[in-house]
Design a protein around this ligand. Sequence first.
Ligand SMILES: NC(=O)C1=CN([C@@H]2O[C@H](COP(=O)(O)OP(=O)(O)OC[C@H]3O[C@@H](n4cnc5c(N)ncnc54)[C@H](O)[C@@H]3O)[C@@H](O)[C@H]2O)[C@@H](O)CC1
Ligand SMILES: Nc1ncnc2c1ncn2[C@@H]1O[C@H](COP(=O)(O)OP(=O)(O)O)[C@@H](O)[C@H]1O
Ligand SMILES: [K+]
Length: 566
Amino acid sequence: MKIELIDSNQAAAIDKYTIDILKVPSLLLMEEAAKTAFNEIIKDFKEKDKFFITAAAGNNGADALAVARMLYLAGYTNLDILLLGSKFTKQNETQQEMLKALGLTIYKDLEEIKNLNKDYDCIIDGLFGVGLKRDIEGKYKELIDYINSLSEPKPYVIALDLPSGLDASTSKIYGTCIKADKTICFGYEKIGLYCGKGPSYAGEIVSTPIGLNDSQKLKRIAGAKEGQSPKDAKTPAVDAKSPKDAKTSAVDAHTLAINEFSCLQTIGNIKAVFGNILKDRDSESEEIRKTLDSRVKAGNKGSYGKATIIAGSSGIGGAVILSAKTAARMGLGMVKALTHFSNREALLTSLPECLIDVYENECPIDTLKAALDFADIVVLGPGLSMNEAATKLCKDTLELINKPIIIDADALNIIARDNLFDCLRAAADRLEGRIVLTPHLKEMERLTGIAVKDIKADPVGVAMEFSSKYHVICCLKDAKTVVTDAKRAYINQAGNDGMATAGSGDVLTGVLAGIFSYKFSDPLLAAITGVNIHAVAGDMAAKNLSEEMMLSGDIIKYVDEALKER
Ligand SMILES: NC(=O)C1=CN([C@@H]2O[C@H](COP(=O)(O)OP(=O)(O)OC[C@H]3O[C@@H](n4cnc5c(N)ncnc54)[C@H](O)[C@@H]3O)[C@@H](O)[C@H]2O)[C@@H](O)CC1
Ligand SMILES: Nc1ncnc2c1ncn2[C@@H]1O[C@H](COP(=O)(O)OP(=O)(O)O)[C@@H](O)[C@H]1O
Ligand SMILES: [K+]
């Protein structure tokens, strides 16, 4: 399954459109959001259960106050409400009034709650949602840290829209963050929930549709056919009473579309991918299946693609084996390894099907040229080391390459160390997007100079910017790998901790080599397919062997099964 994700600007624009243009009163929208949250909450709790409801001054807080009212009226009367802040939004004030009219106490100080000395069954987090933009300090931080520290009995923590402290657009943590067991997300789901540290704070994510959830409609509002500017947008006449009014309203709406709703054009450009991408019934997965099914019948070994794996060095022999073995298992007709001579025997023993070219001190240019000429697809980097021979191989390959290439591991480190970015960019322009870089976070730090913790705080943004700068497809590897061609991004949700074992990345290069041997018209779809299939195979390995026991080599055994699941 794929879901479209939005950032905080888009969330605000959707709300604004619904309220200002579609004339849905904001209280009504809030009531809808709170009602869906209420319905979700009461699934798990009984009337006698003890609730602690937290709210701050914005509309996320107003949501929490509305939920408190609904719980109370439904008989969940054992609830304590804490409201922090001053400068309340209008809706927040209205919600407070309704609670006061019911005779409910609204506490203003955490100490008062602590003095009640209750073991809460459930805590509702309504401090901050998409409006959070700065570090959390003082009493807010104290409250969040207090909630996170509660244990035995640990209350069940439910966050409204977002766990407070998490940035909706990036997954940055603003100093501290609620550790939720469940997040009830209003309307579209937010990017920050699905990448970086987001998943470890969000817990289970439940999405509740409110307002406008039709992305095609929202794009039309913003005037978007792909590539069309909002200026060309046809915005509907709004609230028109006479033909004259209609014209004025259309102009007003048009201006709004340009100024405030143009960010809606890009809804759908960032997606989270769950489970096996081959099983989805949407047009993207249709295209992936069609491409994979196009493997010719009754071909010969030349028909099914040839890969050259430039990997391994003296002392590092496993990477080339894992990459080549995976590529061979992906259905490639022939796999050739270009590696240091010391790896020859081990490689032949574990993969007798592999063709091997070796070098000793440095790889002669003619050997490299022949290996590149042989291939339809090239892998460069696993276990290559960063010695002189590897450096020359990396530079020469970047200069010569004229077919799809997967660049990984030490090749990335060499590009970073020796500042080979011009060379990379030149290769990327020659290859028109058929160049994939697969850095993990540390390699990305070396490539960009951005510290790992900052990459982790905005993996989608960092990957997209890198991809845009060098015209490459970037697979930024992590527990939730981001795959992007600068305009669009997929965040892969499959995979497991068992894959955090040496060699998993080498296996990924082999999977990508196999996938790129098919004639994908959209290289980004090829890349996300490779990343996803690798992760799904990893999940199958974990299921059959356990996360602790599985080795990266075990992932290879399940790639075929993952590919068949469609
Ligand atoms: N517009 C609407 O009517 C709807 C809004 N909804 C809710 O409204 C939320 C967005 O509401 P808002 O835009 O009011 O924003 P939030 O309530 O998410 O946060 C903004 C509030 O928190 C304060 N704040 C921000 N950062 C702070 C910090 N570091 N320390 C202390 N205070 C801080 C601000 O001063 C403001 O009062 C959504 O996440 C969603 O929960 C939903 O009810 C759907 C409908
Ligand atoms: N916790 C995890 N959940 C899901 N996938 C993971 C996890 N840890 C690692 N992976 C995946 O395993 C692979 C590890 O690659 P890499 O870090 O290059 O390892 P190596 O260099 O040892 O081959 C990546 O594809 C990454 O996305
Ligand atoms: K929240």
